[in-house]
Write a protein that binds this ligand. Structure first.
Ligand code: NAD
Length: 432
């Protein structure tokens, strides 16, 4: 995966991420495979091979020095048959239409795997937030929100945080929508701050769901969790809490990488100290509780489990061939390329796919959305219990289907999801 260059990226139409790896082609390949597995009606198959709605917008922003930069942004709905479009907003210098569309399709499948009443959507702005001041970031967020506002709303499209966006950004999105409509619409956004109707367990929910899947897959494979070695790529909103939870569960987190570098300690890193280091310096790089390793060496570190929690396309076929772990749990969206998947199949590596493994985040978003619409705060224990139950039920359904069909968990999850979406499309019929 190329490192994003620290330059302002504005106004270009080409999709830079798609140059090296085409995420849309990858997701269509997965939909095609699922269609074949379930014997999908060809009409429904054709509908799922294209996004329902693609909105590209220009986002002019007054910069602090007085000039205007024009950024490109997207909001894409892949399918909304099962409910309002649900999916995060990402700010990244390499994002573009193909990536956002692929992530939207992933959301269609993900919401179906955990069986919550949403369709799939995603948003993105091509920018490097590290180069923006707080004021510039807020103006960019508000103008982008205004430009896509015709799509957003509790009954139509409900964004959440994704790469480089957080609850502060969600609060600006919500406020912009409320100002536009002149009323309070808290169900428009999830992952918002507690002070404006957010939910306590939301921020750690993706990581909790990943850990639930790690426990489930280790149990299913008869592997012992305690002292098992794990490699984590990404130490952000998902990877940070996740590494901490895995460490707290007794696993040895032997290597962690982020965009700044990678650290390795065969005996296990102290994730408490590493978190302090990242909080102080912004990166795992320079942490003295382990040795620096090249980013390219991360996947060959001796381990039982690998958890990619950064960006898509992170593990290619060459990486897959040298992976020492026999289990991969995908916390990131689309981290394994299709070629790498084939290598994992040959090598007998068990992959818990993204649309199952990281679905804890969207499940918590569902609870937050329901809470906002009810105007009634859910008890924290209820959220935790329901989140755990939803993840366990989804894991069991995917595992069982993989056994029945004798295919990988990814193919089984795709089949389960596509079948659920197809059932909904068939039940509603074609308009008009
Ligand atoms: P984030 O921006 O908070 O963190 C991203 C992390 O990845 C950072 O530590 C960054 O340094 C690291 N990273 C970026 N490029 C890298 C590279 N080339 N090599 C190594 N590390 C790199 O983002 P996040 O919210 O933690 O999301 C991570 C992944 O999880 C994404 O694929 C996202 O779509 C997915 N995801 C996030 C959520 C959520 O709740 N935030 C939910 C489901 C899925």
């Amino acid at each position: 995966m190329p490192d994003p260059a620290p330059v302002m990226v504005t106004g270009e139409m080409a999709d830079p991420a798609a140059a090296a790896y085409d995420p849309w082609a990858a997701v269509v390949q997965r939909i095609d495979d699922a269609a074949a597995l379930v014997g999908l009606n060809p009409d429904i198959h054709r509908m799922l091979r294209v996004p329902k709605r693609v909105l590209q917008v220009s986002v002019p922003v007054r910069m602090d020095d007085g000039h205007v930069e024009v950024f490109s942004g997207w909001r894409i709905h892949h399918d909304t048959t099962r409910g309002p479009a649900k999916g995060g907003i990402r700010f990244h210098p390499l994002t573009g239409a193909a990536e956002v569309a692929a992530l939207a399709a992933d959301m269609t499948l993900k919401t179906a795997v955990v069986d919550i009443p949403f369709g799939g959507g995603k948003g993105g702005v091509r920018c490097d937030p590290r180069l923006l001041s707080e004021g510039e970031l807020e103006r960019l967020t508000r103008r982008y929100t205004f430009e896509i506002a015709s799509l957003l709303g509790p009954d139509s499209d409900v964004p959440a945080p994704d790469v480089n966006t957080d609850e502060r950004v969600m609060a600006w999105v919500l406020d912009t929508i409320d100002m536009l409509h002149g009323r309070s619409l808290p169900g428009t956004v999830t992952g918002k701050p507690l002070s404006v109707g957010g939910m306590k367990l939301h921020s750690g929910a993706t990581a909790s769901g990943v850990v639930r899947c790690v426990r489930a897959v280790f149990a299913a494979l008869g592997m012992d969790l305690v002292r098992a070695r794990v490699v984590v790529q990404g130490f952000g909103k998902v990877g940070g809490p996740l590494a901490f939870l895995l460490w707290s569960a007794g696993m040895r987190v032997v290597a962690v990488a982020d965009i700044g570098g990678a650290v390795h300690n065969p005996g296990g890193l102290d994730i408490g100290l590493l978190s302090d280091h990242v909080a102080a310096t912004g990166s795992v790089s320079g942490f003295d509780g382990g040795a620096a390793i090249a980013a390219g060496d991360l996947w060959s570190v001796e381990s039982e489990l690998v958890v990619p929690a950064a960006l898509e396309g992170a593990i290619d076929a060459a990486d897959a061939a040298k992976l020492s772990a026999k289990v991969v749990v995908e916390a990131a969206n689309g981290p394994t390329t299709p070629d790498a998947d084939a290598v994992f199949d040959e090598r007998g590596v068990t992959v818990v796919p993204d649309i199952l493994a990281n679905a804890g985040g969207v499940t918590a978003s569902y609870f937050e959305w329901a809470q906002s619409r009810q105007g009634f705060a859910w008890d924290e224990d209820l959220v935790a219990t329901r989140l755990g139950n939803t993840m366990d039920t989804a894991f069991e359904a995917v595992w069982a289907r993989a056994q029945t069909l004798r295919v990988s968990m990814r193919r089984a999850a795709g089949a389960l999801a596509v079948q659920r979406v197809a059932d909904a499309i068939a039940a509603r019929g074609l308009f008009p």
